[in-house]
Write a protein of this length. Structure first.
Length: 105
């Protein structure tokens, strides 16, 4: 029997993923989009769509976002970030806030 990978996810993240999955299901049905058609548009299988709609954290975030984009909801569920959050002139390397302990001199 194959070993299953266990995914440990923070509850806040899991809640968001489940909301996204519920949103995809509800909006797909409201917009009269068949499951097969959505699967074809975002290049996934029916089992993956089922897992996505159930809020499975094992489904790639890009798959959730692709489904929400096709349904016209991407900007509402994942609004654009402020540029200061991802653009900056600082070094990309993390530095310790403490001075180096120089006991060897």
């Amino acid at each position: 029997m194959p070993k299953k990978n266990v995914i440990v996810v923070n509850m806040n993240v899991l809640d968001k993923i489940r909301m996204w999955g519920n949103c995809v299901r509800l909006q797909r049905v409201r917009q009269h989009i068949r499951a097969e058609d959505l699967c074809q548009r975002i290049s996934i299988s029916r089992p993956t769509l089922r897992r996505l709609e159930e809020g499975d954290p094992g489904v790639a975030a890009s798959t959730y976002l692709s489904a929400l984009n096709v349904l016209g909801l991407l900007d509402r569920v994942a609004p654009e970030l402020e540029p200061s959050l991802y653009l900056g002139g600082e070094s990309t390397r993390a530095r310790s806030p403490f001075e180096a302990d120089d006991d060897f001199q």
